[in-house]
Design a protein around this ligand. Structure first.
Ligand SMILES: N[C@@H](CCC(=O)N[C@@H](CS)C(=O)NCC(=O)O)C(=O)O
Length: 225
């Protein structure tokens, strides 16, 4: 079967999700770097986001669509349940990640770890405003994975692949470390996810290892317990 090509910048959380889905399916892919907002980028993705997937003549953007396509087009374990309620729950979690987790948890991690690494102050107002939504998000994650070990049921689904990069890197922030330490099921989910053979060669795990080494230097104030 024709290989997938992912067009993206390399450090995109959504690229990592798409790659993780492909790796769980055993689908072979290559990576093609994009220059952010170049003519080529905007031709491939009119909204200037990433990744973009190419599979032969078929081009696709929006990670939920890409993940769904890879799951359906390739052999390998199904990453969505057949049952209507289970499938709806997977879509609900992907929607939660896209609409609530990405804008808050992912931005929080960037403010805490990436901006200081580049010599900028984090946005204090954003950090403070993120506290309540992060408590809600992590509580919901804890409750969901407590039931069957994964976000939806007892097998990995696309939903887990969408959440992983965000909770993983958030857990490197001082606040994320404190929060996840108090959420045993979410912590166990992170451990279970990061040990998946499909992620052994993942650039996400390489970035995580590199960032882990510097995370303790962030020196951010912790939230009160
Ligand atoms: N709705 C898009 C969002 C993808 C997205 O936001 N990707 C980030 C990288 S992880 C991006 O393109 N950031 C560049 C920007 O927002 O300008 C999808 O699901 O694929």
């Amino acid at each position: 079967m024709t290989n997938i090509v992912f067009h993206s910048m390399p450090d995109s959380a959504y690229l990592w999700t798409a790659m993780h889905v492909a790796d769980e399916k055993g689908a072979v892919y290559t990576f093609q770097p994009l220059v952010y907002r170049s003519d080529e980028h905007l031709r491939l993705h009119p909204f200037g986001k990433m990744p973009v997937m190419q599979h032969g003549e078929f081009w696709l953007y929006e990670t939920a669509a890409i993940a769904h396509y890879i799951d359906r087009a390739f052999v390998g374990p199904a990453l969505q349940p057949d049952a209507p309620r289970g499938q709806a729950d997977v879509i609900r979690w992907i929607s939660i990640v896209n609409n609530y987790v990405f804008p808050v948890m992912n931005r929080f991690t960037k403010e805490r770890l990436v901006r200081p690494a580049w010599g900028f102050e984090p946005d204090k107002a954003f950090i403070d405003s993120a506290r309540e939504p992060l408590l809600v998000q992590t509580r919901l994650i804890e409750e969901a994975v407590a039931a069957g070990g994964f976000l939806v049921g007892s097998e990995l689904t696309l939903a887990d692949c969408f959440l992983l990069p965000h909770l993983l890197f958030f857990s490197l922030t001082p606040e994320g470390r404190d929060l996840t330490a108090r959420l045993p099921n979410a912590r166990a989910w992170l451990d279970r996810m990061t040990q998946r053979p499909a992620l052994a060669q993942s650039p996400m795990m390489a970035a995580f290892a590199a960032m882990s080494a510097g995370a303790d230097r962030a020196g951010a104030a912790r939230w009160a317990a």
